[in-house]
Design a protein around this ligand. Structure first.
Ligand SMILES: *[C@@H]1O[C@H](CO)[C@@H](O)[C@H](O)[C@H]1NC(C)=O
Ligand SMILES: *[C@@H]1O[C@H](CO)[C@@H](O)[C@H](O)[C@H]1NC(C)=O
Ligand SMILES: *[C@@H]1O[C@H](CO)[C@@H](O)[C@H](O)[C@H]1NC(C)=O
Ligand SMILES: *[C@@H]1O[C@H](CO)[C@@H](O)[C@H](O)[C@H]1NC(C)=O
Ligand SMILES: *[C@@H]1O[C@H](CO)[C@@H](O)[C@H](O)[C@H]1NC(C)=O
Ligand SMILES: *[C@@H]1O[C@H](CO)[C@@H](O)[C@H](O)[C@H]1NC(C)=O
Ligand SMILES: *[C@@H]1O[C@H](CO)[C@@H](O)[C@H](O)[C@H]1NC(C)=O
Ligand SMILES: *[C@@H]1O[C@H](CO)[C@@H](O)[C@H](O)[C@H]1NC(C)=O
Ligand SMILES: *[C@@H]1O[C@H](CO)[C@@H](O)[C@H](O)[C@H]1NC(C)=O
Ligand SMILES: *[C@@H]1O[C@H](CO)[C@@H](O)[C@H](O)[C@H]1NC(C)=O
Ligand SMILES: *[C@@H]1O[C@H](CO)[C@@H](O)[C@H](O)[C@H]1NC(C)=O
Ligand SMILES: *[C@@H]1O[C@H](CO)[C@@H](O)[C@H](O)[C@H]1NC(C)=O
Length: 674
């Protein structure tokens, strides 16, 4: 039997009942809970991602409703701007709205007008744009991926939480001022959120997307041109994401000739067989447990940028876990890190400008790579991966004076081969069947590019340098039913522009499942502990969140200069999931801590040579949340709302909650396929 692997609170029950009677007991309990929920008129459960708030102060000029749409049977049918017959425009002139501080809005004019087919820039003055996506959902549903585009350019990638029978809602606010150039032109809005509705998976996702336009004297200089590297399907009202590996994620195009600075960003996440890429094994080990499908190409993934076939930079993705992932009970009401806002990494391609500004067409290609090995400790990083990754890219371009032509020499590239260390070991039972698999994967990569760039400002040297380190030590026991993963990804990226970033993504996940072949009953338990730590200096393409804290520069000592930020967040918890033929339930505890720190240059001392500066830091935002069985029991937040809340009761049942039902592979990335 499979039961021997399940301990904890459930073990007591398991010791006395068979798996099906266990199911029966919980099912009765759960059914009565559902009836209680249905009878009580509970408000929507508020689900949320813990992230630093988008802050003012700034003057709101106006706002636009970009989308009001219910995503029901929407697979392959994105929302297209046209179907919103009316965009509502609110204008005001003297609105001093310091978001999350003070709301003193004087409404001067409200007008509704019809602009079929397009986003039309509002008439009010703005140099800053913030979007607010609010979603409501009631019933049963899987988590879904959502991508928002302006024409062929991806603006925002999000995913949904799994709803409850009484309803959930969330709001995500995002600063999109880096797309200012796009917000100044008419655009077709395409929002692709593929959902399916049937008798069991009843829930639609009802969305409202509002853009708030404002002016801020401290607004950074946004890119002049944003070039999408995408499937370019907006003309046929379709999503412009590539599906890799089926699609070749490449575009060939000519850039303007007067480019001063260019940065490439990659948006990519794994879906279906690649959703849990970080839990995959070496390709040579996928058949270790005949009854337990494992996915291959290793747990290492690399997003690669090729310019005319030459490697120009890489991004090592953060392992986003969607709300149905591993054990769904982890992610309600606190969703996984970045689940509502999948982030993009930056690769400075300024050193390529002498090559790219020749007026000719060049090919930009994004590849998703894994490791494929021979079973003897040798492997290669290549594009053989499972199905599939959702991929787009963008080139953010800052222009030089109109008449100048960027020239120079280079890039000169130093790209030693990445260093791989692979090992794995199978242990067998006395009867010769494979019982455990242990594996270890290490990857190290260093690359350096440099060139001499000549613009109207003269000659300068431009460089981009990346140094990355990955390690994944994992094991399966109980013939693949229990998996333990310890992964660490660290790296730095340094540009001669002054931009630099340093990240670490430690993660440990333990999951155990038991599937009863006769009844189909499934039990999963797990623990996780993972973090995302990112420190950046210099000018970033995406708002770092410190831009609008310039007022803090002079608060202490008189001459602090904001030069960077440090975001550190950690999530840990335990959760359990149970699914029978008819229902699926779960519970869990999740704790998250987030600290967002501004990094300053501060005067240290004065000597004959002048002022010596050092680095100082001050915390701009901190939040600590503990959620147990769907209820936030601890929530300390400073300083955004200056509130300290504790033990709010948001959701009636304290114990089992309803989640969408899936096969082990769709939840864990291993075991019987869906
Ligand atoms: C999950 O089950 C394993 C046994 O397979 C047990 O060791 C572990 O304590 C359980 N974890 C939780 C969180 O229940
Ligand atoms: C939009 O602007 C109007 C007027 O400025 C204001 O009353 C309204 O609250 C704003 N809506 C949102 C969602 O910000
Ligand atoms: C976001 O928009 C919703 C309406 O769709 C509104 O109720 C909410 O207050 C807004 N939140 C923020 C932070 O702007
Ligand atoms: C979502 O929108 C649909 C269609 O407008 C509506 O029937 C349904 O009641 C809405 N659901 C929620 C939770 O607002
Ligand atoms: C977006 O596409 C529309 C056609 O759907 C076109 O009219 C508009 O000019 C495009 N916008 C930009 C900025 O290319
Ligand atoms: C795109 O969708 C709009 C309505 O939403 C429709 O008017 C238009 O014909 C569609 N275009 C194509 C190419 O399907
Ligand atoms: C045991 O695992 C090895 C390595 O994955 C595999 O080659 C072999 O076929 C497995 N043996 C059995 C009996 O499944
Ligand atoms: C695989 O499953 C079959 C059918 O349940 C069973 O007979 C067989 O012993 C299992 N093999 C292993 C290696 O567990
Ligand atoms: C450097 O750039 C300037 C401005 O575009 C141009 O006038 C000059 O000829 C360039 N020098 C060389 C050596 O290419
Ligand atoms: C790379 O990571 C491994 C495992 O975390 C660590 O032992 C090693 O020191 C790291 N190497 C570098 C250069 O950071
Ligand atoms: C998270 O880890 C801390 C120890 O660092 C522990 O005290 C806490 O109980 C854990 N939280 C959860 C929900 O497991
Ligand atoms: C959460 O629910 C489970 C299942 O009913 C229960 O065993 C556990 O004690 C609950 N946790 C807390 C902290 O109430």
């Amino acid at each position: 039997m499979l039961l021997y692997i399940i301990h904890s609170a459930l073990l007591v029950c398991i010791a006395y009942y068979t798996f099906s009677s266990l199911h029966y007991d919980y099912f009765i309990v759960a059914r009565s809970l559902i009836q209680n929920i249905a009878n009580a008129s509970t408000p929507n459960l508020e689900v949320f991602q813990v992230y630093p708030p988008v802050e003012g102060p700034f003057d709101v000029s106006c706002n636009l409703t970009l989308m009001v749409h219910s995503f029901a049977f929407s697979y392959g049918r994105p929302y297209v701007g046209e179907s919103a017959s009316t965009l509502t425009l609110h204008r005001c002139l003297t609105c001093h709205v310091a978001l999350a501080v003070e709301r003193k809005v004087q409404l001067l004019q409200t007008s509704a007008y019809t602009r079929p087919g397009q986003y039309v820039p509002p008439k009010c003055a703005f140099n800053r744009v913030v979007i607010n996506l609010t979603v409501e959902s009631v019933g049963r549903q899987f988590d879904r991926l959502g991508l928002m585009y302006f024409n062929d350019t991806e603006i925002f990638r999000t995913s949904t939480a799994e709803p409850t029978a009484t309803g959930i809602e969330w709001t995500f606010v995002k600063d999109v001022s880096n797309y200012l150039t796009l917000f100044r032109q008419p655009q077709k809005i395409i929002f692709d959120l593929g959902n399916l509705v049937d008798n069991t998976y009843t829930a639609a996702f009802n969305t409202t997307l509002i853009a708030t336009f404002s002016t801020d004297p401290n607004s950074p200089t946004p890119a002049d041109v944003i070039v999408p590297i995408s499937a370019h399907r907006s003309a046929s009202n379709a999503t412009s994401a590539f599906r890799v590996p089926q699609d070749k994620a490449a575009n060939t195009l000519a850039l303007p000739r007067n480019v001063e600075r260019a940065v490439f960003t990659i948006s990519a996440c794994g879906q279906a067989d690649e959703e849990f890429w970080w839990s995959n094994v070496l390709s040579s080990d996928t058949r270790t447990f005949p009854n337990n499908t494992l996915l291959g190409s290793s747990p290492f993934r690399e997003l690669q940028l090729y310019i005319d076939g030459m490697l120009a930079g890489v991004a090592w993705p953060f392992p986003v876990i969607f709300t149905g992932g591993v054990v769904p009970g982890f992610w309600r009401p606190v969703v996984g890190i970045d689940a509502f806002d999948l982030r993009e990494d930056e690769i400075d391609i300024t050193p390529w400008l002498p090559w790219l500004c020749d007026g000719n067409q060049h090919t930009f290609e994004i590849r998703v790579a894994g490791i494929n090995d021979d079973g003897k400790g040798h492997g290669m990083i290549n594009s053989i991966i499972g199905n599939y990754w959702v991929v787009t890219g963008k080139i953010f371009v800052w222009l030089d004076t109109e008449s100048s032509v960027t020239s120079g020499s280079g890039p000169y590239r130093g790209e030693p081969q990445p260093v791989l260390r692979l090992s794995s070991m199978v242990e067998t039972d006395t009867d010769g069947t494979n019982e455990t698999l242990k594996y270890e994967i290490q990857v190290k990569r260093y690359m350096y590019l440099e060139s001499i760039v000549n613009t109207s400002k003269g000659f300068r040297s431009a460089s981009w340098q990346q140094s990355l380190n990955f390690s994944n030590i994992g094991s399966f026991t109980s013939k693949g039913n229990v998996q333990i993963i310890n992964q660490q990804t660290t790296g730095t990226g340094n540009s001669s522009s002054g931009y630099s970033s340093k990240f670490s993504y430690p993660m440990s996940v333990r999951s155990a499942y038991a599937l009863d072949a006769a009844s189909g009953n499934l039990l999963i338990n797990g623990t996780m502990d993972r973090s995302k730590n990112v420190e950046t200096f210099g000018t970033t393409v995406f708002p770092a969140g410190t831009e609008y804290h310039a007022h803090l520069e002079h608060t202490v000592g008189g001459s602090r200069l904001l030069i960077g930020s440090n975001l550190r967040t950690r999530q840990n918890g335990t959760a359990t999931y149970f699914a029978s033929d008819e229902q699926s339930f779960g519970f869990g505890s999740t704790e998250q801590d987030l600290s967002f720190v501004g990094l300053f240059q501060v005067p240290v001392s004065l000597n004959a040579q002048g002022v010596l500066t050092g680095r100082g830091s001050s915390e701009l935002y901190h939040r600590h949340v503990v959620a147990v069985n769907g209820t936030v029991v601890e929530n300390d937040e400073t300083p955004a709302e200056q509130t300290v809340e504790t033990a709010r009761t948001l959701f009636v049942p304290k114990d089992w909650q309803n989640f969408a039902k899936s096969a082990p592979q769709a939840i864990l990335g291993r075991g019987p396929p869906r």
